[in-house]
Design a protein around this ligand. Structure first.
Ligand code: N01
Length: 540
């Protein structure tokens, strides 16, 4: 290789670097390319997909309805893709994102199997210099971090894991080179959040014996998944404009009807009828299409929570197991409710055992299994479904330095501070997609809002001759206050060990990691910043 070639391989300069080729990164890259920027996408995995690449554990599928768990920007895309189910599998969403990358010809801009390990803002050059794990340098004006909200898996440090004689896997890093075979095996699943709850019914069908270790029970809503018939798909296509209009203005970014009634304003029998109908429809509609105050009114919430407990006691035949599965310590909706595909029914199988580790924790992993107190539960395979270092975890993996060489880790040592969950004071021309303090809601709708805002902001800067732009500290403080105000009006701070607040990670500063003011409202706030000529931004 000549010296010239080696030099060009080791150093690249583009207008924008997008880190991550998942839902957010793919869409962002395409948008910036369309607007005439040179773009490089850096992706740690061997393919596009992000979350839908890594989370290939059994049972992984969306909890959002397929027709809104998608991009809305292209009719061609909508007309060249048919979802097969209401809640499609990981494989199907992964194929969808591959189709998107091909249709919009984004792959040739992506460097796969590459990680950004450092990003440093050069104040004199007004540019970012990025370093990859292969030692390459990339310079860019704009840096977009689409590194994922739930992409950094968290595995507790259990003593003895190195002595375990069987195999163990983490749901968020499931092996892609071979199928994990559970047949004839004794399997332990640790964790009963959305990931564990999806995996447990399928593992139970395959394994000889399944032991589930539960620390906090969840309110699991029935998914009521089904295949989409041609007629249903045609109906969705015919109404796509209305569907997106509803989703973009809905608090959670879903095409749901908004309930007008308070749970306090109906009779007891109406209350039960409404919830029964919601339970039959299933999914998040149970929570968000029934009463307009379930997540803010304690009394309504307590009655809805009790309704779910009653369902659990009805489904699960062993009364002791049913009681263990009943959440009592926190209100429904204050943690992200998982959707179940015959989850509670699984505990009626003779090969499934539930072990409560709420008062006596797992003390060690041993050579032969999992130890809780003086009991040992034998296992050939352990599945860690123990969650993610949400919102900030993926940012912590990169040594990001803004003005004055200040690291993002230092800047966020008391918890993240952002403006709109997209920009950070002291880190000019740096943007985040699904960053901390962005809205909690249906991710693709949030992403499309954020991508549009970032692209418009970059356009604005380029057209106005602005070399660099960052939010004022005052606007960041204001955003923080907005987050507090919304969360204080809700029951969101009551969730036990909730990743919404960083409370699932030992030692992580706790605080509000999301905007709970609604997706529709967030879109208006983003628009207002641009309409106000970025008055809350410093420019140079
Ligand atoms: O993670 P989680 P997840 N000993 O943090 C337990 C999205 N998602 O990967 O609750 C024993 O919810 C922990 O117990 P506790 C979705 O937004 C989406 O399941 O902390 N147990 C909990 O039960 C979701 O909300 C989809 O007491 C321990 C579990 O591990 C988010 O990702 C699918 C433990 C972790 O649950 C996270 O879900 C999957 C310990 N030491 C995920 N430490 C879809 O949309 C932790 N746990 C399809």
């Amino acid at each position: 290789m000549s010296q010239e070639t080696a030099k060009s391989l080791s150093s690249t300069s583009v207008d924008a670097v997008v880190v991550g080729a998942g839902f957010g990164g793919l869409r962002m890259a395409y948008e910036l390319i369309q607007r005439g920027l040179t773009v490089k996408v850096i992706e740690a995995a061997a393919d596009v997909g992000g979350t839908w690449y890594w989370n290939s554990y059994p049972g992984a599928r969306t909890d959002s309805e397929s027709w809104t768990y998608a991009y809305s920007f292209s009719e061609e895309l909508q007309n060249t893709w048919d979802w097969t189910e209401k809640f499609p599998t990981q494989r199907e969403v992964y194929r969808y994102l591959g189709h998107v990358a091909d249709l919009f010809d984004v792959r040739r801009h992506i460097d796969f199997n590459t990680r950004i390990v450092a990003a440093r803002f050069d104040e004199a050059q007004v540019s970012w210099t990025l370093t990859t794990d292969t030692g390459r340098r990339i310079e860019c004006t704009y840096l977009v971090l689409a590194v994922g909200l739930l992409s950094q898996p968290f595995t507790p440090e259990f003593d003895g894991i190195e002595d375990f004689a069987g195999q163990w896997h983490v749901t968020g890093r499931w092996p892609r080179d071979h199928e994990v075979d559970f047949a004839g095996k004794r399997v332990a699943v640790i964790g009963t959040g959305a990931s564990g709850i999806q995996a447990i019914p399928l593992i139970a069908q395959a394994a000889e014996k399944l032991t589930v270790f539960q620390r906090t029970p969840n309110y699991v809503l029935p998914a009521r998944n089904h295949s989409l018939a041609d007629l249903e798909r045609q109906g969705i296509r015919a109404h796509y404009d209305d569907i997106w209009q509803t989703a973009r203005t809905h608090p959670l970014g879903y095409a749901f009807d908004r309930p007008r009634v308070s749970g306090n304003d109906v009779t007891d029998s109406e209350f039960d009828d409404i919830l029964e109908r919601g339970w039959e429809v299933g999914g998040f509609r149970f929570l968000y299409e029934t009463f307009n105050d379930t997540t803010i009114d304690e009394n309504v919430n307590a009655r809805v929570s009790e309704f779910v407990r009653h369902k659990i006691r009805t489904i699960v035949t062993d009364p002791d197991t049913a009681e263990l599965l009943c959440p009592t310590a926190y209100p429904i909706g204050s943690k992200r409710p998982p959707l179940g595909h015959f989850y509670y029914e699984t505990f009626n199988r003779p090969n499934v055992e539930l072990v409560d580790v709420s008062s006596e924790p797992i003390s060690a992993i041993t050579r032969d299994g999992v130890r809780v107190g003086s009991s040992e539960y034998p296992a050939d395979v352990i599945v860690f479904a123990t969650g993610f270092d949400a919102a900030t975890g993926a940012f912590d993996q990169i040594d990001i330095r803004g003005r004055g060489g200040r690291t993002l880790r230092e800047h966020w040592s008391d918890g993240p501070r952002t403006h709109l969950g997209i920009t950070i004071d002291g880190f000019p021309n740096m943007f985040m997609i699904s960053g901390p303090q962005s809205p909690f809601g249906n991710i693709p709708v949030v992403i499309e809002t954020t991508v549009g805002w970032i692209a418009d902001t970059v356009d604005y800067a380029r057209q106005s001759g602005i070399a660099a732009l960052e939010p004022t500290q005052a606007s960041v403080n204001d955003w923080w206050q907005v987050l507090q105000d919304y969360v204080n009006r809700s029951l969101m701070t009551r969730g036990r060990h909730s990743w919404f607040l960083g409370a699932n990670i030992p030692g992580k500063p706790q605080g509000v990691l999301f905007f709970f003011g609604g997706v529709g409202n967030y879109r208006k706030r983003c628009r207002a910043v641009a309409e106000n000529d970025y008055a809350e931004y410093l420019t140079q």
